[in-house]
Ligand binder design. Sequence first.
Ligand SMILES: NC(=O)c1ccc[n+]([C@@H]2O[C@H](COP(=O)([O-])OP(=O)(O)OC[C@H]3O[C@@H](n4cnc5c(N)ncnc54)[C@H](OP(=O)(O)O)[C@@H]3O)[C@@H](O)[C@H]2O)c1
Length: 326
Amino acid sequence: MRAIIFDQPGGPEVLKLGEWQDAVADKGELLVKVHASAINRADTLQRRGKYPVPPGASPLLGLEMAGEVIGLGEGVDKWKIGDRVCGLLGGGGHAELVNIHQDMCMAIPKDMSYESAAAIPEVFLTAYQALFWLAEIKKNDHILIHAGASGVGTAAIQLAKLMDAHVFVTASSPKHDLCRTLGAELCVDYRTQDFHLEVMQQTKRRGVDIIIDFVAGPYFQRNLDSLALDGRMVMLSLLGGGKPDHTDLASILRKRLKIVGSTLRSRTHDYKVELTQGFYKFAWGEFENGHLKPVIDRVMDWSEIVEAHKLMEENKNAGKIVLKVS
Ligand SMILES: NC(=O)c1ccc[n+]([C@@H]2O[C@H](COP(=O)([O-])OP(=O)(O)OC[C@H]3O[C@@H](n4cnc5c(N)ncnc54)[C@H](OP(=O)(O)O)[C@@H]3O)[C@@H](O)[C@H]2O)c1
């Protein structure tokens, strides 16, 4: 089969379309002809040699896919040949064929394209896990979402709005309109404004119940300062660096804060199945009725993979960069 491959770690230019051994459906797995996949930051880190592939996962790039079932492994009883499915992968989505466990698949809604469906799994499952499982979102919570126009951020805004949350985001200002359209009440340009001051003013000095953070180091103290009593913070990335400049830990005790970190890719198969099924049950009707939608920056042919990685690394996308597997 054809797949996106690279011979040695490096910049985007190491990526190319090449040949790889065909994927094979094992027990309980589907063989899927991939029609679309999408880029994630983890792909760019893996390309640079900075994201070791979890044991048992395909070494190929691509953490999600949408496609058509063309083969059934032993014991598959939930799907049939021709079904349209999308799902989260440990790797291997940037290929013509992929094998995926039947319990990790979600049925693509009738009117949804493969390109739209490929933009859902990684960012929506991450945002759902962060808000519902880790931060235990409640109705009407006040929530600060950093990198609000990122793939995960745009999914998190929409999921939070389903809980009637008051959503505040940080993002570069050209991306504010998108965040507002999705439901953000306050958009802060972190390059020119101090999000802590803005959030405290907006909440009349109460602070927010939940922070979804991707920036880490330079935000850590201001995140603690911006949380309300019993606040929860979920840390998903270290985009700004892993070391806080200055931290006064007293507020963690005083405000009874909960701080949790997570990486979805390293979770066990059973955890990911439970997450996928829980998300499908909670959210799939909302995609069908239009309350949730994958936010797509652009769709590119997979032959444009070098350009696609460059765009993401230059922070040019708002929402997902989808790859059409042609
Ligand atoms: N832990 C997990 O389970 C998990 C799962 C999925 C993704 N992630 C991580 O979550 C992050 C978002 O992923 P994504 O695919 O949604 O990303 P994305 O669509 O590429 O968006 C990332 C955005 O973050 C902003 N940004 C980048 N560096 C920044 C910095 N130093 N300070 C402030 N803002 C910065 C940029 O937007 P602006 O224009 O607003 O600056 C950029 O476009 C990535 O780091 C990814 O690795 C973690």
